[in-house]
Design a protein around this ligand. Structure first.
Ligand code: ASP
Ligand code: MG
Length: 439
């Protein structure tokens, strides 16, 4: 069970999560994010210190400390337990204050700062559970969560080290608490799984222990069929295939970390998205077993640059393609969409611009056009190619919108279009009207 930042945003919310995780006796591992707003504040402190603005960093820190003091007081009304809890919480603030005065602030220090949010929320939860007389055991993420040389999770290491920690706990332990997001990297230094990474922690753990189910508890009733910030009338999707959910998360649905579905998908472990504020609501179930033959949802990702390379015909067609891809490989830049003709290829990257070194190399292969400020809009559903009608339905919905690229057939589960970001809202509304409005 993973609880996001808003689910543990205050003393009251932490108590509510404590109720939820102790409601049944089923053995479980609970993954916690940092209290909402904490990681943002820590990021800001890091930026200020990098820019040698100690005073600004300390101001943010003082404000954060005040918030934690209030929440700690509210969570531990008894003087004795408050003192115990505050000693723990204050250790973190002491550490953060110290780091504001280091001579040379490094990226290693920045990562150490970012890790404190999750360390705080789990420490507070563990103390609170102890006050309730609940025997919960902490699993320190920095002892089992780890990334490899490519900065990808090291599944073998995670599994064996987590197993060891679980075996070390008293036999009768039913409840484990651990930090989301934080890990060590291949150097052994403190690192993280990128913003929103607690979801990833949860699915990595689920896969490592072959969990029966992975639950992601947030503040919204499951995955919605369109971007709730853009379209008013969105509704939750009850069931999604792993592939559909991965596409949605990767192409912009904010509710999930972009790659967190992978570990669950590999092991076929169902992922349930639930709402902490309405625990009875059905949420969204992500599994292999899903509704067939329907379009289910739309997501959008901004900040996309499109690159089109037209061959100068000095290379054979196959070497031209190979050269283009290997250039992006060389710079470790993932390609999202591709569309091609005999002599040209268009592709997109999630960057505000095309790095100049790549542009220069590409120009030796042909003419290069770059278009910035684009948005990928991804429509997902069960769209097996033999079933007619899905593509035309989607493209009909977009009849008034200038579409820059279309990609279909990469999977049975999505059709993706590229539009100018200035047309994003129109595109999402048109799709919502045509695909999801019941008449
Ligand atoms: N606290 C981290 C963040 O805000 C990780 C998470 O919440 O998933 O990005
Ligand atoms: Mg999140």
């Amino acid at each position: 069970m993973k609880f996001g930042g808003t689910s543990v945003a205050s003393a009251q919310r932490i108590q509510h999560v404590a109720d939820l995780i102790t409601a049944t006796d089923e053995p479980k591992i609970v993954v916690l994010s940092a209290m909402a707003g904490t990681t943002n504040a820590l990021v800001e402190i890091g930026h200020q210190l990098m820019a040698h603005h100690r005073h600004e960093a300390l101001t943010i820190l003082t404000k954060l400390k005040k918030k934690y003091e209030e929440e700690t007081r509210a969570l531990f009304p008894d003087k004795h337990s408050y003192d115990k809890a505050w000693t723990l919480v204050n250790e973190t603030f002491f550490f953060l204050e110290q780091i504001c005065y280091v001579e040379t602030f490094t990226l290693f220090d920045e990562k150490k700062i970012l890790a404190r949010g999750e360390l705080l929320s789990t420490a507070m939860m563990l103390r609170h559970l102890a006050d309730r007389g609940v025997a919960a055991v902490g699993l320190p993420a920095l002892e089992y969560m780890r990334t490899d040389k490519q900065a990808e999770p090291d599944a073998t290491y995670i599994q064996s080290h987590l197993q060891e920690l679980l075996e070390r706990a008293p036999k009768e332990t039913k409840l484990f608490i651990t930090e989301g997001y934080i890990c060590r990297n291949a150097f052994g230094d403190i690192d993280n799984l990128q913003r929103g990474g607690s979801d990833y922690t949860a699915t990595l753990i689920g896969a490592a222990i072959n969990a029966q189910e992975i639950q992601i508890w947030t503040d919204i009733d499951g995955m919605h069929n369109n971007a709730p910030r853009v379209v008013d009338a969105t509704s939750p999707v009850r069931r999604l295939h792993f592939e559909e959910a991965s596409e949605l998360a990767y192409f912009g649905a904010k509710i999930l970390h972009p790659t967190c579905i992978q570990p669950a998908k590999q092991k076929h472990i169902p992922v349930r998205l639930l709402n902490t504020m309405a625990p009875e609501a059905p949420g969204t179930l992500i599994s292999l077993d899903t509704d067939k033959d329907i379009i289910k949802a739309v997501a959008a990702k901004d900040n996309i640059t499109m690159v089109r390379i037209r061959s100068n015909h000095q290379l054979s067609q196959w070497s031209f393609m190979g050269k283009v891809f290997s250039l992006f490989e060389h710079h470790c830049i993932p390609i999202d969409m591709i569309s091609s003709t005999e002599a040209s290829i268009s592709l997109t990257i999630e960057r505000p611009d095309l790095p100049e070194e790549i542009a220069t190399s590409l120009r030796s292969l042909g003419s290069v056009d770059v278009e910035q400020g684009m948005t990928i809009v991804c429509v997902v559903g069960d769209m097996e190619w033999e079933n007619v009608g899905f593509e035309s339905q989607i493209l009909n919905a977009l009849s008034e919108i200038p579409v820059r690229m279309i990609s279909y057939g990469g999977s049975d589960y999505n059709l993706t279009v590229l539009v100018s970001t200035s047309d994003k809202r129109r595109t999402l509304l048109a799709l919502s009207d045509h695909l999801f409005k019941q008449s």
